[in-house]
Ligand binder design. Structure first.
Ligand code: ASP
Length: 437
């Protein structure tokens, strides 16, 4: 059995957190591959090392002194080294980084040092072999991870050393230069490691006890999801629930590897298990999560005899494509239809869009309503069950929330409605109360 573990920044913020990680890894001999982030915040007013490294880069660019910031970074690693009694030669590592900085390095190189140094320390602490991510994660010319090459490199490395620690967040371009993922990318490194090594489980250790059923800033004390499918997670993340880096799911899902989100500060909790499907679910919860996004606009298009036309919608969607607009929903009536679009993406081109649509077609009227929020309930337990939508609409209606648009996914795992922005939080609370309590 092989388990790949990824630890997030707050789980590695200082020597105290390092000790918790060591205890977790040593509690299970299958935990043989460990991916680390850079040290994160120790408290609310603290800095993430990655942010400090970006700041150093900005100072370098404007020829300002970065000494104070760099010293803060060094001190953070020094604290971990001393209190965990490690022997990594940090002096030599920092001298090398400084020399690259003087010669002019890429920003990706500099910011990747956060995870690089943390992995060196963690490997020493666990007695595992340090493997540099640049030697196993390879990007192709197209900027995407070269899956085949990466998998082969991982397998070869793992044959040589079967207990490894590697830094998250980066890999190497074909010429060998460092390239980072987007922010939060260590989640992706963990997923790629798990997929490349055909792991049995990918454990993503963080500072929350799993994925919450609703945003805790809106709902008081929401419950943790015990289980969620990959499909549900996609829906929830797309509709605003921020959980993992969005590219995390693809590598592990492709290989059907379960993903377990766990809390470093409460390792006894089972966290959230994410899988393709769950066997023998006699009575799954109807709704797995409630989420939503603000700031959408509805463009209502009215015409005559539109129900007979076979090309109207296509033409209007082509115009949206020209304006690079992604259309979220298309509710339609007999002689009208609407486009639900992110207001931000309309980006000052609202009137141009309207006149382009008017020019193309002979519409009677076009109206735009801004300030719309999309609210979603997501749950595999809803599929093919009678009465869920009546509970859903009943809850909103009883609480005086007007519904502007309605959409159900064809696999019946999500229902999404458009409401006015001022009802955003109320709608999420009401739905949570109806389905989760
Ligand atoms: N350290 C990087 C960041 O802060 C990557 C990560 O932590 O996942 O974005």
């Amino acid at each position: 059995m092989l388990k790949v573990l990824k630890f997030g920044g707050s789980s590695l913020a200082d020597s105290g957190q390092f000790l918790k990680v060591k205890n977790i890894v040593e509690a299970d001999e299958d935990r043989r591959v460990v991916v680390v982030s850079a040290p994160g915040k120790r408290h609310d007013n603290d800095n993430k090392i990655t942010d400090l490294l970006y700041l150093c880069n900005a100072h370098l660019k404007y020829n300002a002194s970065y000494e104070d910031i760099f010293q803060m970074i060094q001190d953070r690693y020094q604290e971990i080294k001393e209190n965990c009694s490690l022997s990594v030669d940090l002096e030599a590592e920092f001298t090398e980084i400084r020399s690259h900085m003087r010669k002019g390095m890429s920003v990706d190189y500099l910011v990747s040092r956060g995870e690089y140094l943390n992995a060196k320390l963690m490997a020493d602490y666990l007695g595992y072999t340090f493997v540099d991510a640049k030697d196993v994660i390879r990007f192709g010319q197209n900027g995407k991870v070269d899956r085949k090459e990466t998998e082969a490199l991982f397998k070869a490395e793992f044959q040589k050393h079967d207990h490894i620690v590697l830094p998250g967040f980066y890999g190497a371009l074909p010429g060998g230069n460092i390239r980072t993922f987007s922010r939060g990318g260590s989640d992706v490194t963990g997923a790629i490691a798990a997929a490349s090594l055909d792991a049995d489980l990918y454990e993503n250790w963080t500072d929350v006890t799993g994925i919450l059923m609703a945003d805790p800033r809106i709902v008081e004390n929401p419950q943790t999801m015990a289980t969620v499918t990959y499909a549900e997670l996609r829906e929830l993340s797309y509709m605003g629930a921020s959980v993992l880096h969005e590219d995390t799911v693809f590598p592990v899902r492709r290989k059907n590897i379960p993903l377990n989100i766990r809390n470093v500060n409460q390792p006894e909790e089972a966290g959230t298990m994410i899988m393709e499907e769950f066997p023998r679910e006699d009575n799954p919860r109807y709704v797995t999560g409630v989420t939503g996004l603000r700031n959408y606009s509805i463009i209502n298009v009215y015409g005559t005899n539109m129900s007979k036309s076979t090309s109207t919608l296509r033409k209007v969607l082509e115009i949206c494509e020209d304006f690079q607009l992604s259309v979220e929903q298309i509710p339609s009536g007999t002689d009208s239809f609407s486009l639900v679009i992110r207001t931000e993406s309309l980006n000052g081109q609202k009137y141009e869009l309207i006149s382009a649509i008017k020019k193309e077609m002979d519409f009677l009227d076009i109206k735009v309503t801004e300030g719309i929020s999309l609210i979603a309930i997501v749950g595999r337990g809803m599929a093919y069950k009678v009465g869920i939508s009546s509970m859903f609409f009943g809850a909103l209606g009883e609480n005086n929330i007007n519904i502007r648009t309605i959409q159900q996914s064809s696999d019946e795992i999500s229902i999404i409605v458009g409401v006015h922005d001022e009802d955003f939080e109320k709608a999420i609370r009401v739905l949570y109360d109806r389905f989760a309590r």
